[in-house]
Design a protein around this ligand. Structure first.
Ligand code: KE4
Length: 428
């Protein structure tokens, strides 16, 4: 029997001082029941909770740990940077190294601005799009999550969706009146939005592969269509690559799907586990930002040297050797194994995967958008989640989150995961 006594005591204490006992809602296990465990050590693809239970980790701190946890090169880079001082509030050389690295890796990005979170990057890129186009309206897709930005937290994904009320309290209607929400993969709905708002749409912000309602993929031609319709209307195409960036390919989803957006946002991987976000794109748009242009955007810790060191080490290690081939191979092994496990257990599972991202929905129907994802059997997911946790496999504690694989996972870890799933699925 697995003991989580220490975690239970810590959670009781946390509840006294932190709303819900957590610093981010998705960690609270509200979508799966029970209570979160606490971790104070992670290495490679493993977590150890404070009671010493070992887990194979497929959350990877929601994406950043693409090389696995506590990678020696990241730890060394952070130590070396920290010893020089943790923040200067003055430009530092590592900001230039990071900016050049991202611009080299992502051809659509000619200039980039660092922030301290993905939310900050998405909030800023919307302001920039509106300032550059002098238009107010923004199109987003239901189920897509772009951080807790007031104007974008409308029929969002991730934790917002998990709580069953996608719109958040505390957001005045005036703040979302310019936000148009349409179903992902729905060409006609996007055309209708542009027809109803000719010349008024500043841009479309989209997760090219949505990972905040589980995981679903663009239908063939959908992303190309978004590129064409924005170009034709003078609106901007904004790829939110906070999750997909530098994961689905060296140059992110835009490289994988051969699309050139006008602007992109990044986070997670570029921080190597430290707080980092970024947004970038066409130079003539980026130059609208202060101090050059009229769009204000700022941040005390933007470009923080320790965070830059961690992100640069993460990216450089990803580029050395066959990281992306390994991620693809491990992703294919998991996808094949999970499909076989579901089939042999006689459980209807829609297993969606793209490279090293995945999600298993408990439904027999294909999942191409939020409405499809909402048909999944969440009660089955809850049982599956806890069954896997008790088998030593940590999946995202919500049906509406993507799973991630790192280069630290091995074929043996994947096989152990598949074997565990084969057993747990039979109990559902
Ligand atoms: P952050 O502010 O959490 O760094 O980034 C917001 C964000 C923006 N865009 C995309 C596509 C994202 O996936 C995210 C954050 N992802 C969630 C996981 N679904 C973060 C986990 C959490 O909220 O605790």
């Amino acid at each position: 029997m697995i003991s989580r006594t220490q975690s239970e005591q810590l959670f009781a204490e946390a509840l006294k001082y932190i709303p819900g006992g957590v610093n981010s809602p998705v960690r609270a296990f509200r979508a799966v029941g029970g209570q979160p465990f606490f971790v104070n050590r992670a290495a490679g693809c493993k977590l150890w909770d404070v009671d010493g239970n070992e887990l194979i980790d497929y959350v990877l701190t929601w994406g950043p740990a693409i090389l696995g946890h506590a990678h020696p090169k990241i730890i060394a880079a952070v130590k070396a940077a920290a010893e020089q001082g943790t923040s200067f509030g003055v430009p530092n050389p590592l900001e230039v190294t990071m900016a050049k690295l991202i611009c080299d890796l992502v051809p659509s990005v000619k200039k980039i601005r660092m922030t301290s979170s993905g939310t900050e990057a998405c909030m800023s890129v919307i302001r920039l799009a509106r300032g550059f186009t002098k238009r107010d309206k923004i199109i987003k897709f239901d189920g897509c999550y772009h951080g807790h930005v007031d104007s974008l937290l409308v029929r969002a994904g991730s934790g917002a969706l998990t709580f069953g009320h996608p719109d958040s309290a505390g957001i005045p209607a005036a703040f979302t009146q310019h936000t148009i929400v349409v179903p992902y993969n729905d060409v006609e709905a996007v055309k209708a939005a542009f027809s109803a708002n000719p010349g008024q749409i500043a841009g479309i912000i989209v997760e090219p592969v949505p990972g905040n309602a589980g995981l679903y993929l663009p239908r063939p031609g959908f992303l190309e269509f978004l590129r064409e319709i924005t170009e034709a209307d003078g609106a901007l195409l904004i790829f939110d690559e906070v999750m997909t960036g530098f994961r689905l390919a060296r140059g992110g989803a835009q490289e994988r799907f051969h699309i050139t957006p006008d602007l992109s946002t990044f986070g997670k991987v570029i921080g190597g586990g430290l707080p980092v976000g970024a947004f970038g794109g066409r130079a003539e748009i980026m130059d609208y930002l202060a101090p050059l242009g009229p769009v204000y955007q700022a941040g005390t810790l933007s470009g923080n040297p320790v965070a830059m060191a961690a992100g640069i080490a993460n990216l450089q290690e990803l580029l050395d050797g066959g990281a992306y081939c390994k991620l693809e191979e491990l992703g294919e092994q998991l996808e094949a194994g999970m499909r076989d496990a579901a089939k042999s257990a006689g459980v209807a599972v829609q297993f969606n995967a793209c490279g090293s991202m995945f999600c298993g929905y408990f439904t027999g129907e294909p999942v191409w958008n939020l409405a499809d994802a909402m048909k999944s059997d969440r009660e089955k997911f809850k049982k599956y989640f806890h069954g896997m946790l008790n088998a030593g496999v940590y999946l995202a504690p919500s049906q509406f989150e993507a799973g991630f694989i790192s280069t630290a996972h091995t074929p043996a870890d994947i096989e152990k995961t598949v074997q565990a799933a084969a057993k747990v699925l039979r109990t559902l």
